[in-house]
Design a protein around this ligand. Structure first.
Ligand SMILES: [Zn+2]
Length: 72
């Protein structure tokens, strides 16, 4: 695997949408390539951040909606 290939699959790797062979190839490349490894860390971090803030936003919104229903 080369870097463009790796970066191409990184999105799906973070989303866990790759098959076992692709995951192995990608992990092998990440171990030997600090550049792609950085990119992966960044994407994984971003993903956690987005997921986390979504979770945080969803709960209060649902709560507010329930409150509104009770109050009206
Ligand atoms: Zn690379």
């Amino acid at each position: 695997m080369n870097c463009p290939d790796c970066k191409d699959k990184l999105d799906r790797f973070v989303d866990r949408e790759l098959n076992n062979t692709e995951v192995l190839e990608l992990q092998l490349h990440l171990e030997g390539c600090p550049d792609c490894s950085d990119q992966y860390e960044f994407q994984a971090h971003l993903k956690r951040l987005v997921k986390h803030s979504c979770d945080c936003d969803a709960a209060p919104a649902a709560f507010r909606e329930k409150l509104r229903q009770i109050l009206t």
